[in-house]
Design a protein around this ligand. Structure first.
Ligand SMILES: [Zn+2]
Length: 496
């Protein structure tokens, strides 16, 4: 009904133009959103506001089938548009009418609606599909992980295309309803709030809602047999944590870490301001990978993160991303420092609070640890290149830049910047340059030189710059802070 109401308005606007819009004026949307690191990722010509995914997953066969309903608005006169998708579509409808579709490139699903979509029109896309996600290779790899009792969809930046069609780039964020039916006795974990759960004819359906804008790579789905703990925060937000029943010796340490989610999030609120989402939690499925990921409201943790006992530092890192990365997302993947520099720095702040080494001591240690000829310094955290997007320098040198900022502006302004930034760009996207400008505005100090030194020079900043920014001290080599080993153990790589 909404569409019918606005269509006459759009038509009237078109008639008022001297040149009538004809089909010939309608052009295809671009096959990429315009990110130089990943030219194919995302698409042009439209903007998604909501994904409704109604899915069914059978762990025994790895068959995922379902229907995605996508609400979008055209940003140009569109003759056709692309979705990014790796599974096989069987039918596509646009505004309820059958659309032609074809595949091209690595993951492009080209959709041609029966009539063009004038710029500014809201439209609805329905895609019916099925497939075996673990059989699908895109860009030479498979993103999801199968487990003995299910599967896990959590990866960065590539994850969505293995389980739902999307405009797969953080610049196009949307809200989500994810409804998944799995065999009775198995659970489906996703983002946000569990709205309801029903069982019928041997299948249990879990209905999840993530009601704030969410990047495609931050949408997650885990199917398996989990022990689930639930709680409420002091603010009344639901907390849902899930642990595979077969984590073996890592089970206790995983629980002893993830059960501290509420405590850590409340501590982070004292640094970054109010928690931005409708739910909290974390999940630890039985996967062989080593990494953790800040999937929105409910981070993913590999069991390997807990092999040495409880690891609260990784919880701090992934929860810090809820502000730095999830609520305020990268504009392009070159802006990854906006995510990782701050998530790493939050681990330094936690170390400081726990008395295991101050952020200053960690910064001094990082600076001293890498000699000038170390390749570490050739990576520019402010623009690392796609191949170095998750290089350790983005994290450690990235955090060093933040300590330099802290020393330059003082505690009071630094705290204002850390808290103000997630408000300034809440639920949106931002570039590294936006942060530099914001820090200058709040502090009233010129900071372009400082950030150029620490984020953009492909070499080790010299002693003079390091002493100016007080991240290096003359004389004795700094001792290794107590927290160093645990923080370093969270450096796991987004390996494919
Ligand atoms: Zn991170």
């Amino acid at each position: 009904m909404y569409r019918r109401l606005i269509a006459p308005g759009a038509l009237a606007a078109a008639l008022m133009l001297a040149i009538p819009a004809s089909a010939a004026d309608f052009t295809p949307g671009a096959s990429g959103i315009g990110d130089p690191y990943y030219p194919d990722y995302g698409n042009g010509g439209y903007d998604v506001s909501h994904y409704d995914l109604r899915l069914k997953y059978q762990p025994k066969t790895d068959v995922l089938e379902g229907t995605a309903t996508i609400l979008a608005t055209s940003t140009q006169d569109l003759s056709r548009f692309n979705l990014d998708f790796g599974l096989k579509a069987s039918e596509v409808l646009v505004n309820g009418k059958k659309a032609r579709f074809a595949t091209s490139g690595v993951e492009e699903l080209e959709v041609t609606p029966p009539t063009g979509l004038p710029k500014g029109s809201s439209f609805t896309v329905v895609v019916r599909y099925s497939g075996k996600p673990s059989d699908v290779k895109l860009y030479g790899f498979t993103s999801p992980q199968r487990t003995p009792d299910g599967a896990v969809f959590a990866n960065e930046p590539e994850s969505a295309a293995w389980w739902f069609p999307s405009n797969d780039h953080p610049r196009d964020k949307a809200t989500y309803d994810v409804s998944v039916a799995v065999p009775d006795g198995t659970q489906a974990i996703s983002n946000g709030v569990l709205q309801s759960q029903t069982s019928k004819l041997g299948w249990t359906r879990f209905n999840w809602r993530s009601n704030k804008p969410q990047a495609t790579y931050l949408a997650t789905l885990a199917v398996g047999k989990f022990d689930i703990t639930t709680d409420k925060t002091a603010d009344g937000l639901p907390v849902v944590n899930a642990y595979s029943k077969d984590l073996g010796d890592n089970y206790g340490a995983a629980r002893a870490s993830v059960e501290r989610t509420t405590e850590v999030a409340e501590w982070l609120e004292t640094k970054f301001g109010k928690y931005p989402f409708n739910a909290l939690g974390g999940y630890v499925p039985n996967v062989p990978s080593h990494f953790a990921l800040e999937t929105q409201t409910r981070p993913f943790y590999s069991p390997a993160q807990f092999a040495n006992g409880a690891n609260v530092s990784v919880i701090v890192h992934e929860l810090a991303h809820q502000w730095y990365g999830d609520s305020v997302s990268v504009d392009g993947w070159k802006d990854i420092w906006i995510n990782e520099g701050f998530a790493r720095y939050s681990q330094w702040l936690w170390s400081e609070k726990e008395g295991e080494g101050t952020a200053q001591e960690l910064a001094d240690y990082v600076y001293a640890q890498h000699p000038a000829d170390d390749a570490f310094w050739t990576v520019k955290p402010g623009d690392p290149g796609a191949e170095n997007q998750f290089d350790i320098a983005v994290y450690d040198r990235g955090a060093l830049a933040i300590q330099a900022l802290r020393n330059a502006v003082g505690e009071k302004k630094f705290s204002e910047i850390l808290k103000g930034w997630p408000q300034e760009h809440a639920y949106g996207n931002a570039k590294v340059g936006d942060f530099v400008q914001y820090a200058e505005k709040v502090s009233g100090k010129p900071l372009a030189g400082l950030f150029d030194t620490w984020l953009y020079q492909p070499s080790k900043p010299g002693t003079a710059a390091a002493q100016r920014d007080r991240v290096a001290h003359a004389g004795v080599a700094p001792a290794k802070p107590k927290s160093w080993k645990q923080i370093a153990a969270t450096n796991s790589v987004h390996d494919h």
